[in-house]
Design a protein around this ligand. Structure first.
Ligand SMILES: [Zn+2]
Length: 209
């Protein structure tokens, strides 16, 4: 296995489908990390038990890590901060770009039960006028749920868009609000981490594996 992580390195992808309250979710990863989370369900979410059904066979590490992360997220979202986040290796994470800064900031700064507006997220990466560009990044987020683009909403209480449909976005936000009391998660829609500057850079994060 090559240890080079440049975009020219061909990644051999493994795919796994896990069950979830939102229907089937397809995970893809190379040996270096996760490439994608894709919600395959066409139906609006129902009252399924919050269980992630993992395939019985042993999964490669990034897939196993992501399945475990999803399992905790759906079962006890309040505890999600205690679960390791899989390494990310989709090409968007391999070189510096506006998209990567936005996705990375969102993952770091907007926790379970919180929400930010597109404009607030743009401001968090130092581009307060780039809310439309932030919307585009959200639309192309390769790892939804894990990088919580559902927590990015329109200003003035509008829900904004969601690639898997607004019913899913609403379900996720409601699911997380239910988590609030267990860990003191804020349930109002304000970015509470906006002032944090000491969060690790993606490079620091990426080498931790
Ligand atoms: Zn890869």
């Amino acid at each position: 296995m090559s240890l080079r992580s440049g975009m020219d390195t061909a990644c051999e992808l493994n795919f796994k489908v896990v069950g979830s309250p939102l229907g089937s979710i397809e995970l893809s990863a190379c040996r270096c990390g996760l490439h994608g989370i894709k919600l395959l369900g066409q139906n609006a979410p129902e009252d399924h038990p919050c269980v992630v059904q993992r395939p019985p066979e042993e999964l490669p590490e990034p897939l196993a890590c992501c399945a475990a992360w999803l399992e905790t997220y759906f079962q006890t979202p309040a505890a999600i901060g205690t679960v390791p986040v899989p390494e990310l290796h989709h090409p968007v994470f391999q070189t510096d770009s506006f998209a990567r800064r936005v996705l990375w900031k969102l993952l770091q700064a907007v926790q379970v039960g919180e929400a930010v507006s597109y404009q607030q997220l743009a401001a968090l990466v130092g581009r307060p006028k780039a809310s439309r560009a932030v919307g585009n990044v959200m639309k192309n987020n390769p790892v939804p749920i894990l990088i919580p683009c559902h927590r990015v909403v329109g200003s003035g209480g509008k829900l904004g868009g969601y690639s898997s449909g607004l019913a899913v976005k609403q379900w996720l936000l409601a699911h997380e609000k239910g988590a609030g009391p267990h860990q003191g998660t804020r349930t109002d829609a304000t970015p509470t981490r906006a002032g944090h500057q000491e969060a690790p850079t993606q490079a620091e994060y990426m080498k931790s594996g």
